[in-house]
Design a protein around this ligand. Structure first.
Ligand SMILES: Cc1cc2nc3c(=O)[nH]c(=O)nc-3n(C[C@H](O)[C@H](O)[C@H](O)COP(=O)(O)O)c2cc1C
Length: 350
């Protein structure tokens, strides 16, 4: 059945139920589907060879149930999580809202997940050794209680230790708006402590560590984060998570608390990526995420400096094969501009 026909049925359901249903459906995808391959779209970032630049953003597959199958839908990589050391229920429902007229989503899940131990057992069943098969990133966070008690950094250290053996890359997520106090880790002193502890926790391991930041940053925050990433040799920066700002919205759920994603985030995320590129040049790879729904938007983000892109919300509106369509469109845009490989387009507008 085409997604156009399916969508009204899914949209008739509560958003969180529809989400669980989509995960259940994707579990039926074959694990051994061929990896997407196209020399024009392949590139290396942080020492990892990505078959194409379009990834699944964190939050869709928090517990790592289907991340290893997303290449079957055309994704070049998938990021599971956010996973915290201990399982936690997250905020009370309802906590996920579709803003249909705005092509947007608001969520205030608050890191609901089954914990890193359970996820590690699950992931180990489908990938050993890592590096063999689809590229999977693991996004780690801190439990709500640990964050409230000022012990958030210890949770990231635990996450590095538990998930490093299973992840092609790790993402340190300090940008969810739904765990009180978490975004405070974006401040310079806290970020130095956090990144120092995280990089040391890797020991001799060289699994790349990415940092994921919010779009809601002042110029001084952007400077501090860029400097800290260079000082601590972070491998890539993911820009951005959801926004707590509310641009003009039309939907009835516009007033819900939480992080806003999808179309209203496109310009803000693009702007923040541009800010980081201006400061960092080619010293640090950037990953662009936020309101990407078309090949043109993905291409614009790449030309602004993103080595890779990720998406989530647009899939709610455009269906599961969006990544495949964006890749096909990207290829056409590269051919139109006489660019032989996507890596050559990174930052050409910067
Ligand atoms: C329902 C939902 C849950 C999310 N959960 C997480 C999460 O657990 N960790 C995280 O780093 N980002 C999470 N995100 C943020 C996305 O990864 C992404 O950064 C953001 O939604 C912007 O991209 P988009 O506009 O393509 O959705 C979540 C987003 C949504 C919509």
């Amino acid at each position: 059945m085409s997604y156009r026909l399916l969508r009204p049925l899914l949209f008739a359901l509560d958003a969180e139920r529809a989400h669980h249903l989509s995960i259940a459906a994707l579990r039926l995808l074959p694990t051994r589907a061929a990896l997407p391959q196209d020399p024009m779209l392949e590139s290396s970032v942080a020492g990892i060879r990505f078959p194409n630049p379009v990834g699944l953003a964190a939050g869709y597959d928090k517990d790592g149930r289907i991340a290893h199958k997303m290449h079957g839908l055309g994704f070049g990589f998938a990021e599971l999580g956010t996973l915290t050391p201990l399982a936690q229920p997250g905020n009370p429902q309802p906590r996920l809202f579709r803003l249909v007229a705005d092509r947007a989503v608001i969520n205030r899940f608050g890191f609901n997940n089954g914990g890193q131990g359970a996820a590690a057992d699950r992931i180990a069943r489908y990938r050993r050794p890592k590096g063999d098969g689809p590229i999977i990133g693991v996004n780690i966070g801190a439990n709500k209680d640990a964050t409230a008690a000022g012990r958030g950094i210890a949770d990231y250290v635990t996450g590095v230790r538990v998930m490093t053996p299973l992840a092609d890359y790790l993402t340190v997520n300090i940008s969810s708006p739904n765990t009180p106090g978490l975004r405070a880790l974006q401040g310079r002193a806290a970020l130095d402590d956090l990144l120092g502890a995280v990089m040391a926790a890797r020991g001799g391991d060289t699994t790349p560590v990415f940092l994921k930041v919010a779009p809601d940053l002042e110029p001084v925050d952007v400077q501090d984060i860029a400097a800290a990433c260079l000082d601590h040799r972070v491998d890539a920066l993911i820009v951005s998570n959801t926004t707590i700002t509310r641009p003009a919205l039309r939907s009835p759920h516009a007033g819900e608390a939480g992080g806003l994603s999808g179309a209203p985030l496109t310009d803000l995320s693009h702007q923040r990526l541009t800010d980081f590129r201006r400061l960092l040049g080619t010293q640090l790879p950037l990953i662009g995420v936020g309101g990407i729904a078309t090949a043109e938007q993905a291409y614009a983000r790449i030309r602004a400096g993103a080595s890779l892109v990720q998406l989530y919300s647009a899939m709610v509106y455009e269906g599961p094969y969006l990544a495949k369509r964006i890749n096909a469109g990207l290829k056409r845009l590269l051919q139109r501009d006489g660019i032989a490989n996507v890596a050559q387009a990174v930052g050409i507008d910067a």
